[in-house]
Design a protein around this ligand. Sequence first.
Ligand SMILES: [Zn+2]
Length: 264
Amino acid sequence: MSDFGNKSVVRREIIKALEKEGRNPDAYNIAGIMRDAFYYRGPGCGYGAPSEEEWRAAVEKHQRPFGIGDMVRVVLEIDGLTEHHFGKIAQFLKANGQMYRVTPAKPSNAYVDLLETRSRVVPLSAATRAEDDFEVITEHSEVHRGAGPWMDWYFKCRDCISTYKAARVKVVHKASGQCVRLCDECHSLERRVQLGHSVMWDGRRNKQTIFELRENPGLLTGPVDDCEADGYRQWADALPYLVPAEAAKQYAQWAEEQRVSGDA
Ligand SMILES: [Zn+2]
């Protein structure tokens, strides 16, 4: 960011920058961000833009508390899998499960309407804003990087592909690296959350293999040309975000050894 002439320009720039990061500007105290991160340099000089660190710190500090209807993410253990679930805050509750009589400044728990599993009460300390799970890329060259001649060098919107509408954003689920390219009309927080849940469903569909690899991380490092090991490796290459940590580590080492011995 460069320097800005006056407060309303700064305000607009802050909103733009928040949106670019996939955040909802309504969830932030814009005046607070301005006060903390944009220095007034005196008449004629306007406001100085913050460094990356100052920006981060101000954005974090001036996020308003959770509100009813906010989309959040919680981590749940379900049938042996660690799953990320999304849902909206329906109500705030006290630690003892009772309802607040007045709107609390710092609520401790919330009843969350989870979209893909049983809704439940969760401590707010364990909930994070759904927005923070995704990166939203709007830079044209980044959105369409890798689109070959077979698609006229640009990616279509995933959801209205029959109309061949060009994608305008690339949404990346940070935890898995999975992404979806969408047009402006199809892009929403709900659609981002759907991408997050698709990763969760991939985990459920592949539960058997995940458990096998957890039990026996060496399954991926069997001999080359071993049918069974090759099968596991193909699975891991297709769904790298589902490979349990230890198995992934051993597989990476194995792949490196193969590469070195292949070079020799
Ligand atoms: Zn679309």
